[in-house]
Design a protein around this ligand. Structure first.
Ligand code: GUN
Ligand code: FE
Length: 458
């Protein structure tokens, strides 16, 4: 099962997919009576001997392969704080919960513990690609990249740039120091994976208020100098944050045509087709049009936007404006490491937007799953490479198993009773049950680039 378009999932029944030793999908063979028959028909076409092939099969009518999830925005360093946010909103949440934790990860032993766990946990939830923020600290940021590569998780890893706003114990000392640290981290990440087969660096100005104009200018120049590097930041998440941006960056100081948040990034050359903008809750019409024109992408983070009371992003409106969107957990503004949870919450938040009077705002199961996979791939610059099951793409996938109920109503498979399938549901209904009731118990196996990176025990 995978997304063909925003509106449509494709159900490839009785199909075999062939993946070569490099992890690339080399053939998709539908149209047979069974998947085994499809596999048998495929081997001679590829010139492969049965004995040379490892086979992974779905077990029953409640098992299916799905593309791995793409988490387009999360903070690896904030993982210990998932669920801990009280009644805070963005700016007090940063000071109370977030900066102290991030600063503490300059301790390499603590960073190793946290980063090892966050990679393990997100893989277990089916996240095959993660766009991570680490911290200001270079060596632990580099460690995060090392650990992603070793665990086999595809990742964008960003050293966080911030030279103002935060307490003195947690910030870059100067714009020059921030740029030097950024370059050092980029050099390390490129040295461990020179072809960016899995891990790549990403320019990471935390958000406009925590960066001085010279730092944003320097990062814009670096982005222009290195057109291969993605950029990630936050935008228009919270009303007080937006007011702060207007105060800190008046048009007279940036040369921007107006005082919008988007214009600030644009003025510094940071609003590009490689830019991942998290949140975008309170964007204006003009801003959405500018973002679409520049080809920048939006990471929709519904769990975070609800948890720290930022607002309800209008995803349908963004899509209709021509903005490419994906999903982010935004841990730990978001309370969950699960992209499936983000997809479910995206569906629910879109219903709240609809209850505000715009009925077409509602996102379908198909649409939120598209955002979680193909849409996310486009957001992080991996469109056409991951996010679906097409020849030429890489095998980043999860085997999902739902529970099966026998004729008497008993559980055939005890382990996955969180989503019961009675047998009469259509495939569309099974997928809907997974989206609204599934969790990591249903994520049985996970592959990245053809390598098995997680297998659920018990
Ligand atoms: N804005 C600046 N930093 C952050 C962060 O860590 N999380 C969220 N959600 N928004 C931010
Ligand atoms: Fe964030």
């Amino acid at each position: 099962v995978h997304s063909k378009t925003l509106a449509e999932l494709e159900y490839l029944h009785s199909t075999a997919i062939a993946v070569d030793a490099t992890g690339k999908i080399v053939a998709v063979e539908p149209g047979h009576a069974t998947a085994a028959a499809a596999a048998e028909a495929l081997l001679p076409k590829l010139g492969w001997a049965a004995g040379d092939v490892d086979t992974v099969a779905t077990k029953s009518d409640s098992h299916f392969f799905f593309p791995g999830f793409i988490d387009t925005h999360l903070h690896a360093s904030q993982y210990p704080n998932v669920g801990i946010f009280g009644n805070s909103t963005l700016l007090d949440w940063l000071n109370t919960y977030t900066f102290p934790l991030e600063a503490s990860l300059a301790d390499p032993a603590k960073a190793r513990k946290v980063y090892t766990r966050v990679i393990r946990k997100t893989l277990a939830h089916g996240t095959t690609t993660a766009a991570y923020y680490a911290t200001v600290d270079v060596s632990s940021t580099n460690l995060l990249a090392d650990l992603c590569l070793a665990a086999g998780q595809r990742a964008l890893v960003g050293r966080v740039c911030m030279d103002q706003l935060s307490p003195a114990y947690y910030r870059d000392e100067s714009p020059a120091a921030a740029l030097a640290s950024t370059l050092a981290s980029i050099a390390h990440i490129e040295s461990i994976d020179p072809s960016a087969s899995l891990v790549r660096p990403v320019l990471t100005p935390r958000f406009a208020p925590s960066c001085s104009a010279p730092l944003l200018k320097g990062l814009g120049a670096l982005a222009a100098d290195r057109p291969d590097l993605p950029i990630q930041t936050h935008i228009s998440e919270n009303k007080n944050e937006i007011a702060l941006v207007k105060e800190l960056f008046p048009p007279s100081s940036t040369g921007a045509p107006d005082d919008s948040y988007s214009s600030v990034y644009d003025a510094f050359g940071l609003l590009t087709e490689r830019t991942i903008l998290a949140h975008g809750v309170h964007l204006s019409e003009v801003e959405a049009e500018l973002i679409a024109k520049r080809g920048a992408k939006v990471s929709h983070c519904p769990c975070s936007n609800s948890a720290i009371t930022s607002g309800a992003a209008r995803v349908r409106w963004l899509i209709e404006k021509g903005v490419t969107c994906g999903l982010g957990t935004d841990m730990s503004g978001g309370y969950s490491p699960s992209v499936l949870e983000a997809a479910r919450h995206a569906a629910l938040v879109s219903r709240h937007v609809a209850m505000g009077g715009d009925d077409k705002a509602k996102l379908t199961v198909e649409e939120v799953l598209y955002l979680a996979t193909r849409g996310g791939a486009d957001v992080v610059g991996l469109g056409g490479r991951v996010g679906a099951f097409e020849v030429g793409m890489e095998w980043d996938a999860q085997l999902v198993g739902l529970g099966t109920v026998d004729a008497e109503g008993g559980a055939v498979e005890e382990e996955d009773g969180n989503v019961d399938v009675f047998g009469w549901e259509t495939w569309e209904e099974r997928i809907a049950k997974w989206v609204y009731n599934g969790d990591d118990r249903n994520t049985r196996k996970v592959w990245v680039k053809g390598r098995l990176v997680h297998e659920r025990k018990g």
